[in-house]
Design a protein around this ligand. Sequence first.
Ligand SMILES: CC(C)(COP(=O)(O)OP(=O)(O)OC[C@H]1O[C@@H](n2cnc3c(N)ncnc32)[C@H](O)[C@@H]1OP(=O)(O)O)[C@@H](O)C(=O)NCCC(=O)NCCS
Length: 234
Amino acid sequence: MTALWNTEAHAVEIAPPRNLPSFAAFAVSHPSEPVPAVDPAEANLITASMVPARRDALARGRAAAHAALRAIDLDSGPILSGPNREPLWPDGVTGAITHTAGFGAALVAPTAATDGVGVDLEERRLTPELWDHLPRPEEREWLDDLATAERETAILALFSAKESVFKAFFPRVGTFFGFEQASLSPTPSGFVGHLLDGLDADYPRDRTFEITGGRCGNLVLTSLVLPKTPGSKQ
Ligand SMILES: CC(C)(COP(=O)(O)OP(=O)(O)OC[C@H]1O[C@@H](n2cnc3c(N)ncnc32)[C@H](O)[C@@H]1OP(=O)(O)O)[C@@H](O)C(=O)NCCC(=O)NCCS
């Protein structure tokens, strides 16, 4: 298959998401650096059945998460995994982890300041399979209006944004929800999303939220930091 983009790994530096609130932090473990050692408690997450690339990804994601937590002075313990593979954060913080193309990255924030955060990195590639199940009808409309070359990046960005949305909301709702449950429209800085089904009392149907998107060389990075809902009981 002809490569549409330069897919050379290690070719980019990943800039932090634009307009990141000062209470949040983002960090990256770069593939040009040696694979970091993991915290002894986190080492239990590495199983014999994991291929080396998966072990490295886990280590880089955890290293990025600890670096981000140190940046906000909240690195207080190991980050284990829950039954649905969701990261279990030390008390008082929340975050999200992503890894692709040898990079690990994490976005973290104090729970006092946010309802949840999400981050996702995708390597730019042709993704014909996404067209079958990812876009909602109204998303397909704006995708279809784009020039062909732009559409390929746009659908990957839409996919990444929905992965970020999932990571931000999963710790709240504790259950899987599908790509069809959030509708995303493009904005100059990424997307505005709105929920088509309520997720909980703070996130009823039609609540909107902003997702930041950007390209870093051959990677697409999306993220969101949900503001704290005033008066929330969660
Ligand atoms: C879980 C999921 C989001 C991971 O995304 P991915 O692009 O495959 O992989 P990434 O490298 O970006 O992220 C992997 C990290 O996600 C995190 N993650 C995994 N499951 C998670 C969950 N249930 N909740 C929150 N974070 C989760 C983990 O930290 C994982 O890294 P680790 O195993 O090293 O700790 C994805 O596989 C998935 O299941 N998506 C379907 C659900 C969805 O996106 N719905 C759309 C809602 S609009």
